[in-house]
Design a protein around this ligand. Structure first.
Ligand code: BV8
Ligand code: ZN
Length: 244
């Protein structure tokens, strides 16, 4: 599984690199992807319906318990060799990470300035005044946990972007700029299904950026990128860094 020659050449020459990551980036850390997280008592729920403002309005305690479970799972895992390779690379070159993930594994590996286009599990906020709250993570032992209340009377919700919600403007602008103003874009561990995040590689291509995808599967993006490297985050990224 050697590094494709053209990718290696571009990585060596690149002055600025943007890396777009999805759930596959955290898979080797043991974080289930968005669709795999449904096990046990959660198996009967569809994440696509839980991750919506409608679900929150209808049953905030159910949605809150689901996110508390995911936060608890996150405390039990570590960044993988792929996260660490990107953090090391960022010490030596201009590497900007744009992630769709709501975990903090890039930061825990040592990367800084990570752009979270879908928010973060680490920043629960009031659903009315947007104040960020610090909430203790407790593994729920039931399907419903009452969310806490804000002083303004609102409920404290997960600080993530749900389906049908707009992405945070500053995060989106930073992500679009990182896509347009780099020499090399790596797209790692995403099925490129969810928009507008999935449109970032297209923005890069419009600006003539060389785009390489690292994913063990082919995706909607695979036929459009310059190189698709059938590898994984925790094996491919360290291999690429060693080769540079
Ligand atoms: C918006 C945070 C408009 C939450 C997430 C119909 C109705 C409503 C909306 C829409 C609709 N049709 C289209 C839309 C738009 C919608 C959308 O794109 N839907 C899709 C399903 C078609 N988008 C939105 O709603 C967005 N907002 O459009 O707003 C608007 C504008 C202005 C004003 C108001 C509104 C918001 C989308 C954000 C949703 N939030 N996450 C949470 O996590 O709880 S999305 C969530 O799913 C993830 O963040 C990720 O982005 C996405 C996919 O997750 P996964 O499946 O888990 O992971 P992924 O797809 O990345 O797949 C894993 C990949 O990794 C695979 O390719 C696999 O091969 C690979 N892999 C596996 N192992 C490895 C690996 N790769 C490398 N190494 C490995 N080891
Ligand atoms: Zn409030």
């Amino acid at each position: 599984m050697t590094v494709p020659a053209e990718l290696l050449e571009r990585a060596r020459a690149a002055r600025s690199i943007t890396v777009l990551t999805g759930a596959g980036m955290s898979a080797e850390s043991g974080v289930p992807t968005f669709r795999d997280v449904q096990t046990g008592l959660w198996a009967k729920y569809d994440p696509m319906t839980l991750a919506t403002p409608e679900a929150w309005r209808e049953d905030p305690a159910l949605v809150w318990a689901w996110y508390q479970r995911r936060c608890a799972m996150l405390l039990a895992v570590q960044p993988n060799a792929g996260h660490r390779a990107l953090a090391d690379w960022g010490q030596k070159a201009d590497v900007r990470i744009v992630t769709q993930n709501v975990d903090d594994l890039h930061e825990r590996a040592g990367s800084s300035g990570v752009v979270h286009v879908h928010g973060s599990l680490r920043t629960p906020r009031c659903d009315t005044c947007w104040t960020v709250h610090t909430v203790e993570v407790v593994e729920p032992d039931s399907e419903r946990v009452q969310p806490s209340s804000c002083e303004c009377g609102g409920l404290v919700r997960p600080g993530v972007v749900w389906f049908g919600e707009a992405l945070p403007e500053d995060a989106w602008n930073a992500a679009a700029d990182a896509a347009a103003s780099c020499d090399l874009m790596l797209v790692v561990g995403t099925s490129s299904i969810v928009y507008p995040a999935a449109g970032l590689p297209r923005i890069a291509m419009e600006f003539g950026v060389f785009v390489a995808e690292i994913n063990p599967e082919r995706t909607d993006l695979s036929r459009a990128v310059d190189v698709h490297w059938e590898s994984t985050a925790a094996t491919g990224l360290p291999r690429l860094l060693e080769a540079i």
